[in-house]
Design a protein around this ligand. Sequence first.
Ligand code: NAD
Ligand code: APR
Length: 237
Amino acid sequence: MADIRNIVILTGAGISAESGIDTFRDAGGLWEKHRIEDVATPEAFARNPALVQGFYDARRAALDTVEPNAAHRALARLESEWPRDDSHSLLIVTQNVDDLHERAGAKSVLHMHGRLRSALCTACRARMEWHGPLGDAPPCEACGAPALRPDIVWFGEMPYEMERIYAALASADLFVSIGTSGAVYPAAGFVQEAAAYGARTLELNLERSEGSHWFDESRQGRAGELVPAWLDELLGG
Ligand code: NAD
Ligand code: APR
């Protein structure tokens, strides 16, 4: 593994499944219990803000009842042990809006779909840490307008920091995808982007995903087992 210097890791809902957070498309997943068009689009928020605020208030409150698992802890260890110099880099990109990577100790996770513990002002577009309910759109800390919404990227909106992600994929030697179904773009296309620039690609997922065929190697199993085992391989035990 000595020739691996720049790593990009993409995580999805599956890395948090063993912590007790529902995934989206598994049996019993979030999109079986709620319709995307009712809770995860800008049109849904415009049509019924109280319903959408309540949906994310409940998901935000549930964060206090779950803990990071061995997969989150393994990635935090990798981040802390990976060399910090001009010829090495590590970027953890997550589609998840939970805070389990951070609570496991990871310091610089890129949340491309936003975060439950953040609020976005629909008036001035400021983003701010937010831990309580957003039910009645409290005033923005930056502009004072009563215009705060969940800082979540909904279907039809642009994910955050795409330029930074594509720059990291262009220089990656290794791209690892953990716990994602490969159903939603642009994240589902990251493996092809990294491979086009010569990166090796590895998928760690409970079952084969919609994108498994794009990976050099695809391992099936629970993230809580696969990720620590992969880390031991990478760091030499
Ligand atoms: P997309 O085309 O990227 O997603 C395609 C998949 O999303 C579909 O396979 C389906 O599984 C699901 N989907 C999308 N719209 C749906 C609908 N109306 N009903 C049922 N399933 C639906 O979706 P998009 O509109 O291009 O999304 C743009 C961006 O929004 C995506 O890149 C994604 O990053 C982001 N996003 C965020 C969330 C969130 O809850 N954080 C949800 C969805 C999308
Ligand atoms: N270990 C590893 N993988 C798991 C585990 C586990 N314990 N449990 C489930 N998985 C896998 C499933 O096999 C599935 O492929 O995690 C994946 C979860 O897929 P989705 O539910 O589609 O979640 P995700 O891929 O993160 O969804 C992408 O879609 O709705 C949008 O913005 C939302 O970020 C989300 C995006």
